[in-house]
Structure formats: C-alpha cells, structure tokens
Design a protein around this ligand. Structure first.
Ligand code: PNS
Length: 163
C-alpha cells in the first residue's frame, strides 16, 4: 500500500491545503494529514481544534486520516512507516524554504523520508494561513480562502461579527 504524510501547521486550514489533500489522496492509497503540535509557537487554533477542523473538512475522502505530531517529522514518519512527505509549492518564494526542509529531512532520515511537491493550483496560489488570519483580524472577507465553517471559527477567535 502506497502511503504518504502531509505535514503542516494548518493554522487555519485553507482551500490551498484542501486542494493539495485532494490531489495527494488520488496519488496515494492512504494519506495522513499530520498537524504539527509546536509548543514554541502560539497558534490561533489549538492542535485539537486544527485536527477537528481537518477531520470535518476531509470526512468525505475515505483514504485520508488526520493526526497530530510533535518533535521531528522524521521521527514521526519512522514511527508510522511513512517514506513520503507531501508539501505544496505556491511560488518560487516557497521553494528555498521547502528545498531546505526536504534536504534536511533526507539527511536526518538517511534518505528514508522523501519529499514530494505538488504545485498549488493557480487559483489558490495567493493563499496563506497567515494572510487569512490578517484579513480576518481586520474584519475582511475570507470566504474565498477557506471553508465557511472554518471562516466562522476564525472570525470568532478574533471576536469579529460578520453577517
Ligand atoms: O505549514 P508549515 O508551518 O509550513 O509546516 C512546516 C512543517 C510542520 C512541515 C515543518 O515545520 C516540520 O516538519 N516541523 C517539524 C520539526 C522538524 O522536523 N524540523 C526539521 C525539518 S527543518
């Protein structure tokens, strides 16, 4: 069985992430979306909230699972038997950062964890979780950025009421 992990912060989940999830789920028999529980960062959503959001968003895709992890991705991947990590690439600006992570993971895992990049669909190439948070924090419209139930939760976090 071909399986892969799609790691990330997903704070919050965007349509760009969902696009990568749907496409990776067609390539692999089983895809695990792994939410990083990073104690060093203060996310907008707790790891449990992010896991629950993702579970709701992928509930109709049978071969996608959602989990959280902490520590190094290579350790989590080794534990779970993943040899492929999926990452989305939006633009050349992502590339340097992603290349560095991919090569670091290859080195740390002694080539046991490979990274596969899926190029983000053009219609989502402008999307980022940090952009979504900034727009929402100022009361802007994020309806084209993430599923409606996620948008409602983001506005609630910022105490923003929208009709
Ligand atoms: O959605 P993000 O924040 O761009 O995802 C980054 C992520 C979670 C893939 C990356 O930070 C990660 O794998 N962190 C776990 C710690 C780790 O393994 N670091 C070594 C690679 S540099």
């Amino acid at each position: 069985m071909k399986k892969a992990v799609y790691p990330g912060s997903f704070d919050p989940l965007t349509f760009g992430h969902l696009d990568i999830i749907k496409r990776a789920a067609k390539i692999f028999d089983e895809l695990t979306v792994a939410v990083l529980d990073n104690k060093a960062k203060t996310p907008l959503f707790s790891v449990d909230e992010r896991v629950n959001i993702l579970k709701e968003a992928v509930k109709d895709i049978p071969n996608v699972k959602v989990e959280s992890f902490n520590g190094l991705l290579i350790d989590y991947a080794k534990d779970k038997g993943f040899h492929t990590s999926i990452r989305g690439l939006r633009a050349i600006t992502d590339f340097e950062y992603e290349l560095q992570i991919a090569q670091t993971n290859a080195m740390l895992s002694k080539n046991q964890l490979d990274t596969m990049f899926l190029v983000t669909s053009v219609k989502y190439s402008y999307l980022s979780s940090s952009g979504v948070k900034e727009i929402a924090a100022f009361g802007g419209d994020i309806s084209k950025c993430c599923p409606g139930f996620v948008a409602d939760m983001v506005y609630e976090k910022y105490g923003i009421k929208r009709d």
